[in-house]
Write a protein that binds this ligand. Structure first.
Ligand SMILES: [Cu+2]
Length: 170
C-alpha cells in the first residue's frame, strides 16, 4: 500500500492507471463475461490522424546508470551517448533516487517528438518516465524509427542540480 501512496503523491496517477484499481468490484462483472460488439470501437485511433506507433529495438541496448556519487552529485553515467536509430537505452536506478528520464517536449522537433512519445511506455507526463525509487529499477526506451539528431534529457527531481545528458541518434 505504501507504493500506491507514493505514486499518488508524486503524481503518477495522472495517466489514470490508478483509477482502474478502485472501480473493480462494481461494473466489471456484467461486461467481462460476454464480448460486447457495441463497445468494440474504443481502440480506434480517432482525432489526431497520424498517430505514430511504437517501434521496437532492433539494434543494441546501451545501459545508463542513474546515481549519486560520493561527493553528493547526481549523474547519468554515461551522460552523453551516441547510438543508432533502432538502438535502445536502458536506464538503471543505482543510487540517490528518485530519478526519472524526461525530454523537454518544447525542445523536440515534431517528428522526433511523435516517435519518441510513441516509444516511451508509461509516461506520467509528456515524454517523462515514471519515477524510479529503488536500486535496479529500470526504464528502457526504444529509439526505433527515431530521426537522427541530438536529444537532451534530464532527471526532473535533479534537473536544477545538473542531472542531465544527451543522446545523439545517428
Ligand atoms: Cu535524479
Amino acid at each position: 500500500m505504501r507504493s500506491w501512496k507514493l505514486a499518488a503523491l508524486t503524481g503518477l496517477c495522472l495517466i489514470g492507471a490508478c483509477g482502474g484499481e478502485k472501480k473493480s468490484t462494481t461494473d466489471s462483472a456484467a461486461t467481462a463475461s460476454t464480448p460486447t460488439p457495441a463497445n468494440a470501437t474504443t481502440s480506434t485511433p480517432s482525432t489526431n490522424g497520424t498517430l505514430d506507433s511504437a517501434a521496437a529495438i532492433t539494434g543494441q541496448t546501451v545501459e545508463v546508470k542513474m546515481l549519486q556519487d560520493a561527493q553528493g552529485k547526481y549523474h547519468f553515467d554515461p551522460a552523453d551517448l551516441t547510438i543508432k536509430s533502432g538502438d535502445g537505452v536502458k536506464f538503471i536506478m543505482v543510487s540517490g533516487g528518485p530519478h526519472n528520464v524526461a525530454f523537454d517536449p518544447a525542445q523536440m522537433p515534431a517528428d522526433a517528438k511523435a516517435q519518441l512519445s510513441a516509444n516511451m511506455l508509461q509516461q506520467v507526463s509528456e515524454l517523462s518516465s515514471p519515477m524510479m525509487m529503488n536500486p535496479n529499477e529500470t526504464y528502457t526506451i526504444s529509439f526505433g524509427k527515431m530521426p537522427p539528431g541530438k536529444y537532451e534529457f534530464h532527471c526532473t527531481p535533479h534537473l536544477a542540480m545538473g542531472m542531465k545528458g544527451t543522446i545523439t541518434v545517428q
